[in-house]
Design a protein around this ligand. Structure first.
Ligand code: FES
Ligand SMILES: [Fe+2]
Length: 470
């Protein structure tokens, strides 16, 4: 693998990469935060991709679904963790589990549907059956073929090491040594609260609305992850949709009245890899957004009022896109969605998108949001294909032997000021004021410095360094 030098050019004789994929270079050499250069190899190299599966996806907390998708006993939703298919389900006792969707006999997928309700999961290959708590409960010819000697208690579905339901969002990790979910997110919790609480401030007051959009993009999974964590810079890509004006109040692609006179703040948690883009309003004046119909605008005005009462100054945070390391991105404001970028090889990503609405919102509000979500998101929407077009061509134009010699540039916004004194609420993490600079790349640098740590660290013992004051 090539190490990047200060001109963004790969080291090696005649400027060529040495082509040796196993020369033992640490990932931190491919990600040079000091100079703001990152080697293209981390996006296109197959060996690095394989290593990511072990180092990043088998150890991180990954978003797998929402409790409203598995409300009743027997409800299941087939999700993914990295490349693995997993079954998120609620057992007969009401407990939520996540299992590897692979039969313990010969590996067949025990559930081939996207979602539903089942008393047991019966493997289509030879018929082993598993209860919704994962236990192996049925084995054909148990008496005659196995002599009743197969110890069923040892052959249940493989379950994740840890699972956490936080305000309805469900995350899991395969790593028993990983810190608790709340420790994994740290002060980034604020953004999960903004995402999962009801618009009127009700704790965990959201539900998943409609089906899950799924599509495939020919690019590395880190392109969308880094775009959502901090790319204010790419607004030019959405110029046409801004002109069309598909936003909830008929302007631009999202409502922007909420941001008038606000301070733009980028927030990075480099010790954890998470990041988010925000605006902070400087006063409590009413924002008059979502002018669609009386019911809709009344609902949002009511919610704003409630938030102000419940949250005080925190209600001034207009939270924008963010990414929780490694591959869960979200928008806490309309369109209120969660996306997971599942890795499918170095050059392919399977994108899944969930949509959230307030459980208690009137039907008309949910319908209004449904229409907006459809025109905004996914491959059939008007905004998301702009992004996909960029990631698609950036990836394919980066994988040739010549292209790979040149690092990407992440040098923007290295000296932005901290949050202005007296501006409240004080945002957690490494918060910088980008109002003047318009866009910076500190969040991307934070994401990749954490990525490099994951790639090099032997275990969570080394990764949970924030405990030692980092
Ligand atoms: S693979 Fe499932 S029963 Fe054989
Ligand atoms: Fe975009």
């Amino acid at each position: 693998m090539a190490k990047v030098n200060s001109n963004g050019h790969a080291n090696g004789s005649s400027g060529k990469t040495n082509g040796n994929k196993s020369d033992g270079l640490a990932s931190s050499n491919l990600v040079d935060i000091q100079s703001g250069l990152i080697s293209r190899e981390i996006f296109v190299d197959d060996d690095i991709y394989q290593r990511e599966q072990e180092q990043v996806f088998a150890r991180s907390w990954l978003f797998i679904g929402h409790e409203s998708q598995v409300e009743k006993p027997g409800d299941y939703f087939v999700s993914r963790m990295g490349e693995e298919s997993v079954i998120l389900c609620r057992d007969r006792e009401g407990q939520i589990h996540a299992f590897l969707n692979s039969c313990r006999h010969r590996g067949m997928k025990v559930c081939r549907y996207d979602e539903g309700n089942a008393p047991v999961f019966t493997c289509p290959y030879h018929g082993w059956s598993y209860a919704t708590d994962g236990k192996l409960v049925g084995v054909p010819y148990f008496k005659s073929a196995y002599d009743q000697k197969l110890d069923k208690s040892q052959w249940g579905l493989v379950e994740v090491a840890q699972l956490r339901n936080y305000k309805g969002g469900i995350w899991a990790t395969w790593d028993g040594e990983a810190p608790s979910f709340l420790d994994y997110i740290g002060d980034y919790k604020l953004f999960m609260d903004l995402l999962l609480d009801g618009w009127d401030g009700t704790e965990g007051g959201t539900e998943v609305f409609g089906g899950i959009e799924k599509w495939s993009i020919p690019c590395n999974w880190k392109f969308p992850s880094e775009n959502f964590i901090g790319d204010r810079y790419h607004n030019i890509s959405h110029r046409s949709v801004d002109l069309v004006g598909i936003g909830p109040s008929g302007g631009q692609r999202r409502d922007t009245q909420e941001r008038a006179g606000a301070v733009a703040m980028d927030v990075s948690f480099p010790e954890r890899g998470h990041g988010s883009l925000n605006f902070i309003r400087t006063d409590d004046t009413s924002i008059g957004a979502y002018q669609h119909s009386p019911v809709v605008s009344e609902y949002f005005a009511y919610c704003e009022e409630q938030r102000r009462k419940l949250w005080g100054k925190r209600s001034r945070v207009v939270a924008g896109p963010g990414t929780m390391f490694p591959n869960m991105s979200f928008l806490p404001r309309q369109p209120r969605t969660i996306a997971v970028w599942h890795p499918d090889g170095a050059g392919r990503t399977e994108a899944w998108r969930w949509f959230l609405v307030d459980k208690a919102a009137p039907k008309e509000v949910k319908e209004f949001l449904r229409q907006y979500y459809i025109r905004y998101s996914g491959p059939a929407g008007l905004t998301e294909q702009d992004d996909m077009e960029n990631w698609n061509y950036a990836h394919s134009a980066s994988k040739g032997v010549i292209a790979r010699r040149y690092a990407y540039n992440y040098q923007m916004g290295r000296n932005f000021p901290a949050q202005p004194e007296g501006l409240e609420p004080k945002l957690p993490g490494q918060a910088v004021d980008v109002t003047k600079g318009v866009a910076g790349e500190q969040n991307q640098r934070g994401f990749y410095s954490r990525w490099a740590e994951f790639m090099d660290a032997p275990s969570w013992k080394e990764l949970a360094t924030w405990k030692n004051g980092k």
